[in-house]
Design a protein around this ligand. Structure first.
Ligand SMILES: [Zn+2]
Length: 381
């Protein structure tokens, strides 16, 4: 790409992002925020209006002269589906501003094979399109968040309701069945993307997000962007070793953090007490079960050690804990914070905020759908 063309593309993306994030904005405000000249801004904006990507909407307050016309993204010019394909499958449709049009939990029949589950998801999407009268050409794509990377065989998958998927390449599967472009993302990274756009993460430039759920994962966000690393595996926080002679992990190593801190490990620890899922763990905790409380505290302490390593290594502005544990388990997060602060090396880093994510159930599907939208808007030319 020639330099001129590249610069035009960057300027255009920046304007779209600004209007999307902080709109409605006037042309003058865009000049102030980007440092571009008013003629440049007007040229780009006029083109965006011609493409119906941006709309002129009413007038803003005057700063002396005539009132400026405000610009906003034409939110309903396109839509994306987001799917969390995990123990609980969640489906949503959002517009270009990330506003959710419809969201629902879809409970696949565990005995169905991969093709049949993919087809029932497609049916759900077609129904949604019909109800909201959205033609297929307005669907930018579907983003699917899954555990693991490309849904390769792991014990995590074997324990999920999706047994039988071990040899399925879900990129191939969904691309062959869905009539929309398909993007697959690891669930922890999709969750991080949601945090960047909609959670505490939008207040920080450089933070680490921990996805603490049935498995443990994470994401490093720098300058508002998720770091992917050399081969796309950046942020695999769950597989740092905390005990070299410890519990064997499905990844092939021993003593991985995930084996001491995930909801799967907590449930396993409490199995003899008749507990088989995390809902039961929380119920017992709320009834005052002291054994459950101590197991959760111990898991929180292990997480705290992991967080201290992380802060020592990265010195982020903040650490955010999400996933089912982050959302539901205050005692775990308090213990993790206390232990982390005891073990962080530098006094300068001891006050790194360790926050519980405030995002809800829909955040993973929304995170991957929003990423598709951002990529789509950046590519439009
Ligand atoms: Zn491991």
């Amino acid at each position: 790409m020639g330099n001129q063309k590249l610069i035009r593309k960057i300027n255009r993306s920046e304007i779209i992002e600004l209007i999307k994030k902080d709109g409605p904005l006037s042309r003058v405000e865009l000049t102030r925020r980007t440092g571009l000249s008013l003629p440049s801004i007007s040229r780009i904006v006029n083109q965006l209006i011609k493409e119906q990507l941006v709309l002129e909407r009413g007038k803003g307050p005057s700063s002396g002269g005539k009132k400026p016309i405000l610009l906003e993204i034409n939110a309903n010019r396109g839509y994306a589906f987001g799917v969390e394909l995990a123990r609980k499958t969640y489906l949503l449709l959002c517009n270009l501003l990330g506003e959710i049009i419809v969201q629902k939990e879809v409970i696949p029949n565990a005995s169905q094979g991969p093709y049949s589950i993919a087809n029932s998801l497609l049916q759900e999407m077609k129904n949604i399109q019909k109800v909201f009268e959205i033609p297929s050409h307005q669907i930018i794509g579907v983003g699917i968040a899954t555990p693991g990377y490309k849904f390769k065989a792991t014990d995590l998958i074997k324990e999920s309701p999706f047994a039988g998927w071990e040899n399925t390449d879900i990129v191939d599967l969904f691309s062959s069945i869905f009539p929309y472009p398909v993007t697959i993302e690891n669930i922890a990274r999709a969750s991080t993307l949601a945090e960047v756009q909609f959670g505490w993460g939008n207040q920080y430039d450089y933070f680490f997000y921990i996805y603490a759920d049935w498995g443990i994962g994470g994401g490093i966000v720098h300058q508002g962007k998720l770091l992917r690393g050399a081969t796309g595996t950046c942020g695999e926080f769950g597989h740092i070793t905390i005990d070299q002679d410890g519990i064997p992990c499905y990844c092939g190593n021993r003593g991985c953090l995930e084996q001491y801190t995930s909801t799967a490990s907590i449930v396993r620890e409490l199995k003899q007490r008749g507990i088989s899922n995390f809902d039961q763990v929380m119920e017992s905790l709320n009834k005052g079960d002291k054994v459950v409380e101590s197991v959760l505290k111990k898991a929180g302490q292990a997480m705290g050690k992991g967080i201290a390593n992380l802060v020592n290594l990265l010195n982020p502005q903040a650490v955010i804990i999400g996933g089912e544990i982050g959302n539901r388990c205050g005692i775990f997060c308090e213990e993790a914070t206390y232990t982390a602060k005891e073990n962080i090396f530098s006094l300068l880093a001891v006050n790194t905020p360790i926050l519980k994510s405030n995002l809800g159930r829909e955040s993973i599907a929304l995170g991957i759908a929003s990423e598709i939208i951002s990529t789509h808007l950046a590519q439009l030319i």
